[in-house]
Design a protein around this ligand. Sequence first.
Ligand code: SF4
Length: 394
Amino acid sequence: MTAAGSEFGFELRVCAWAEREWPPAGERDPAMAVFVARQLGIKERRWDTIVVEADRRALERRAHFGPDALDSDLLHVVRGAPAEWAYYRECLSEPDYPWRYVREAVHRAADRGIVETRRSGGRIELRRKWAYPDWISRIVAIENKPDLSASAARTLAGQIERDVALGLADEVWVATRATGASVEPVLFEDLPVEAGVLVVDADGDGTDGKPEGGARSGRGIDGVRVAWHPATLAPETPGTRIAERPAGSEHDRSAARFEYVSPEWKADKRREIAERAYGRGWRAYAERMRTDCRHFELRRGGSGAGGREADGRGAGDAGGEPGTASAVGGNALLPWCRAKGRLQTTTECGDSCPEFEPEPPAWRTRGWPIEGGPGRTAERLLARRRARRRPDAE
Ligand code: SF4
């Protein structure tokens, strides 16, 4: 497998594990819902895996606003919309961009049915249908580095230092592949002590040796263990954005540059990240793949050996993803390319793939063109799994 393919597969397995098993130590509170998403963050920083812990009751109130994410402009509208009719410029906070964009967002919100609008004397008035709830309890960022070489660890240490200083997430973790060593090499790397370390048996038999220097994962059945517990950061306090840092060599006498970020900025960014996680989940990779290729399929655990087909040509949506498989994510549905004989990346599985072949029309006869072929079935299957993470409106 290519390095990119290996990292992508590792990331998907970590997402599948986190969705089912989070938190890594202790039991999940029944009042807590968990969302997992990939490749989310802010302009200057994107995390591999984001875990959002949510209050289940508040999430039921969030469900009124529909399954799609609310972007920053829509959040501005729904959070500021009053209970009684009011001119939008008088009830919404002054933006740091032109009001015409706010007006567009008010119309978009009305089109989505999440606020009410009316015209009064040439003015657009709005009122809320529901109060937007505070549904986010905690946000956890995980950096996936399956093969953590010394140079990769040095680069990662700088990134994690910035994450800790900014304090946008409540916790920061590094997830790396288990090596089987009595003390995992990652623990010798110079990572900030605030970052937790997860050691993951992503391909093996789920028994990655005895834990050293840390506690076994709470359920301990999935080959993930906590090698180092993270510090809890403080997202509700001001953060520090490290803009530039000198290399520290004798030739580099430049000063570090940093700036403070306010708790309000952090709260806004956390809401936007959580909204995107709510809307996208981690299975949205399929939207960027050629699921209509005859070689595309979903396999449990993305495994070439014994992986079971679970798409329109195979087992279909065979219930949930109960934790019976041995390796991490071993029972999750992951993409698989039959032509390549391995898990493919989103970059490979595109229009430029030389091995792409469309699904034969005969595969689409049942229900075609309304239901589509096996590729559409796979997409629907992943969308259903994403949707069932979200509780219905109360
Ligand atoms: S990687 Fe290429 S051959 Fe494989 S499923 Fe995707 S498009 Fe088809």
